[in-house]
Write a protein that binds this ligand. Sequence first.
Ligand SMILES: [Zn+2]
Length: 234
Amino acid sequence: MKKKLIGRLSVLGIFCCCAALLAAAPRPAQPAVHARPAQNAETGPLAGRVILVDAGHGGTDGGARAKDSGVWEKELNLQTALALENLLEAEGAAVIMTRETDMQYSENKRTDLTARLDLAREGGADMVVSIHMNEYRTRRESGPQVFYRAGQEDSRLLAGCIQAAMISELKPAKERTAMAGDYFILSLNIPSVLVECGFISNSAEEALLRTPEYREKVAQGILDGILEYYTLKE
Ligand SMILES: [Zn+2]
């Protein structure tokens, strides 16, 4: 990546989440969501893998709000995460969902995110995939973008694989590059990415993201990237 490009993307990229929090927080007393048994746990290409899928935001934390429809990011995140859960399980993965309803672990953002990471730790997750929707103050920005923690080489590789697969699957008008981002959900020492699936501040992309068919393609792109990552790592 060229330095100039990194600088520009840093300006543009981007601010749906209040997830960029680094300090530790006390652990909340909330029940864990347990991994479901995988459908192809013995035979699929992801057999033996434990993947945490995090539907960003939830409850009183709606995340970004779509400019046209008024739909909250948390809802699109959840529907996309559920689609990804199904695809991952069909490939043999054990999936830990941080949420499967409109909920949060705490109204304190740091406590909420810490609880989500605790699920990954306690469930023995091999990977973290956090699902979000992007927004920007102007309406023209578009395209999925994957973030990883700087200095985590496996996360960078995973992010690159998912970025490429999403571009291949979704054929977005704007092809973005995976980039480093300082998000708390990326702070475990396992391959971790935050996927901004598209811009809900962009009319055309918001309209797509509100359809189950497009979210299925988003999930397929993420799955393809994960499969490519494990192929490269073998
Ligand atoms: Zn978000």
